[in-house]
Design a protein around this ligand. Structure first.
Ligand code: GAR
Length: 208
């Protein structure tokens, strides 16, 4: 078991509830980690405000007016400056630049609010995911924690939690039912990573 030095990426509109769930697990002693940096794209993001309130170090790196290569360079500088060894994407909706993904092999973890590979991919985030689930008529949804590769939502799956879809669900009610499962799943998966018990074999992640 080693303690993670965790950089958490948050989205420009994210509430930061998964960030807070990770921080709570750390404080409760359920996740051997230190959040060494919270990285956002916009200073006015609610998640950044919550991070600051919690006394976590924050950094804003905007992809705007930067080429992909420049964005990657700045991110890597920030990550190295914080001495991060693991990255958690908590509501970050962009594709991480390739040099960042390649610098942290099997050390970047994302949470997605559906049972991947269903209802994932480019443009599938937040309520759009839940609306697509409802429109498709599936009876179960949930959340997935997975390693991040260079595509959207396609990396090896660490864990999933299944949540029923009710007949009268809206995107909002379904999102609200799934969210507490996300808050449990994300710290649990990170704790497994910290334990050194995860082995990635092709597309499969085994617990050893
Ligand atoms: C979460 O529901 C997360 O699963 C989703 O964004 C929300 C962020 O909420 N992520 C995606 O849709 C990624 N494709 P939060 O800011 O309260 O953690």
């Amino acid at each position: 078991m080693s303690s993670l030095r965790l950089a958490v990426f948050v989205g420009s509109h994210g509430r930061g509830s998964n960030l807070m769930a990770i921080q709570s697990a750390v404080s409760a002693g359920n996740l051997p980690a230190e959040i060494v940096c919270v990285i956002g794209t916009r200073a006015d993001a609610p998640a950044i405000a919550r991070a600051k309130q919690a006394g976590l170090p924050t950094k804003i790196v905007s992809p705007k007016d930067r080429s992909d290569a420049e964005y990657a360079d700045v991110l890597l500088r920030v990550l190295r400056g914080a001495n991060a060894d693991t990255i958690a994407l908590a509501g970050y909706m962009r594709r991480l630049p390739s040099p960042v993904v390649q610098s942290f092999p099997n050390r970047i973890v994302n949470i997605h609010p559906s049972l991947l590979p269903a209802f994932g991919g480019h443009g599938m985030y937040g309520e759009k995911v839940h609306q697509a689930v409802i429109d498709t008529g599936v009876k179960v949804s949930g959340c997935t924690v997975h390693f991040v590769d260079e595509e959207f939502d396609t990396g090896p799956i660490i864990s999933q939690k299944v949540v029923p879809v009710e007949d009268d669900d809206t995107a909002q009610t379904l999102a609200a039912r799934i969210l507490p499962y996300e808050h449990a799943a994300f710290p649990e998966a990170l704790a497994l990573l910290a334990s050194g018990r995860l082995r990635v074999e092709g597309r499969r992640v085994r617990r050893v």
